[in-house]
Design a binder for this molecule. Sequence first.
Ligand code: MN
Length: 752
Amino acid sequence: MENVIVPAYNKNEEEEKKLILREYRALLRALKQRIKKGDKRLLRRAFEIAADAHKDMRRKSGEPYILHPVAVARIVVEEIGLGVTSAICALLHDVVEDTEVTLEDIEHEFGERFAKIIDGLTKISNVVDLKADTTIQAENFRKILLTLADDPRVILIKLADRLHNMRTLGSMSREKQLKVSSETSYIYAPLAHRLGLYEIKSELEDLALKYTQPEVYTEIAKGLKETRRDRTRYINEFIKPIKEELQRNEFEFDIYGRPKAIHSIWNKMRTKHVAFEEVYDLFAIRIILDSTPEREKEDCWKVYSIVTNFYRPSPERLRDWISVPKGNGYEALHTTVMGPGGRWVEVQIRSARMNEIAEKGLAAHWKYKEGQPIQQESKLDSWLHHLREILNNPDTDTLDFLQDFKLDLFTEEMYIYTPKGDMRVLPKGATALDFAFDIHSELGAHCIGAKVNYRLVPLSHPLKSGDQVEVISSSKQRPSEDWLAFVTTAKAKSRIKYYLKEEKRRIADDGKGILQRKLEHLKVPLSQHNVAELCNYYKKSSPLDLYYAIAVGNIDLKELKDFAVHGDKISQPAREQKTEARRAHAEEEQVKQKPAKGAELIIFGESSDKILYKLAQCCQPIPGDDVFGFITSGEGLKIHRTDCPNAAQLLAHYGHRIVKTKWAKNKEISFLSGVRIIGLDDVGVIQKITNVISGDLKMNMRSLSIDSKDGIFEGNIMVYVHDREELDELCHQLASLDGITNVERFESSETK
Ligand code: MN
């Protein structure tokens, strides 16, 4: 994909040959300690096959293509810490896809083990096409994850491949840069994170940012460069006393300051609404100890005690990932202390072993697992196990799964205990019901409540890290649709959806029976044609939906007598007259039919009798906002803002359920809207704000809450406005008040 074919003839051929060999030798050097008897021959063979297969190919940058697989192999060995097998597969990773070499050739030459990995690599190659049909995209994502559960090396080599492509993205077209970068931040960076490959994850994110938002990237990079000298001076000052004390205590260690990744600085600027100058933690201090596995925990705490003898720690920012490692295997002690000049500084303390796991994640994890007495199943293993379980469930809807799973990738973890004291890791925000599903699908399905720290709570109760939870279940309990609203884990969601579908199928069976009997009266069979004809007439997207609607009485089949019968086929009557049934199931249809094709739906801000709709709670649109209508499956038509956080997903996945929508001009109804203001706390500020709202603009305010801390106040105002124009005017006037630094609209549902 990323290569162009050029004639083999090239003046600099000799020079290039030298360069290629140099790179290959560097790979051998990196592998040195791990090369066993016979490995060298295999490596050489892989290199020769790849070099020969790619000999006429060049990358967009003009360099010989073979440099790419060699570079990928080096990343695999040097940065991920994998061995000879993976290096060989990396060398060969593009040959089956891009050249004449076949999988059989590989198997013949190297054996089945290698062929399997290469096959995996070929299958997932370039599959995440964001512009592709979302279903295909989701299926591909699932393929990647399945491979991961099968042999994680495939994913690790794929990550190395992606990293090298990102590092060399400069010579690609702008369009290609954007596509590859968004894929990278969409899937590869989160995967790297989940596998504990922190270095690679940060580099991928930084590079993706560099290409998707070049101005932002350059601004931060420039800022970092300009402040480097001050930073180095500060770090040295901070480190000095700690270093001396550690030496006095005869520790073997390494201590240094490490700048934060550009992407994470940008994240902070974005989420906290601050400028670069206001991000105070541009670096972290790292202390890496040479210690034995038996002593490392104790040693890390000793170092912690030394650090906090010099600098006061912030008690709520101590993270002990040594006693309880993160789900991806990460171990370390993190603390934030008050450094010289009153600046908060993060200090990370870990042993050399922990450091290797932090940098190389999964691979290092394997390395340390071998040769150790079998411990409890590591978290990463159980994560892979869990993944395999979900993926192998044939009824998982891939698209939904993709959404749910992505959420899992990004969320933080908390630790929940069973009544016996066993620990489970759940994403932050998980509820009692999530916990029940995490223990066992059946337990989740029959869960009626829980006791959290001995107190009875409902299913929807959100858990906190450290909670001890006892699940209460009943054999009579069944999962219901509303459960989906308060579970957050992919596992719980996919299991509930599965149960609901089963349930629907069971009910639909009755409907199928009813239909079959009715058709028998007409002396026609329940054939594919006849069912399709009925689905069409009753506007049902599948036979299952049709049977279900019949079973629950939404369709009574009265109109069946109007159908024409030709032999064993029925055909639907002409549809002029409005029949009973059509009205009965017409909430969706009404909306579809009212605005003629291509026309716009005009809404008035309040549901009229003609068209029923609701304003979406997630974005709370008001007249003047750009909006669209969305036909929901259970709640009729909903109006969303086009910049609603849910809009992209709705527009992308359900284009056919979108109704073009426009506001009617009227100023009779007012809408509750939220405005958040941030500014310097000063006497009379409330007075000034209320003056603008009630005095100048004569608006109705419903509530005003002010939270003030350290001289900064944050105010949330709920106010009634007629349309966007009024709201903009209000924001404008508030922003021009003295001392107000930030004014923005918000949706009340997002307030805490
Ligand atoms: Mn490649």
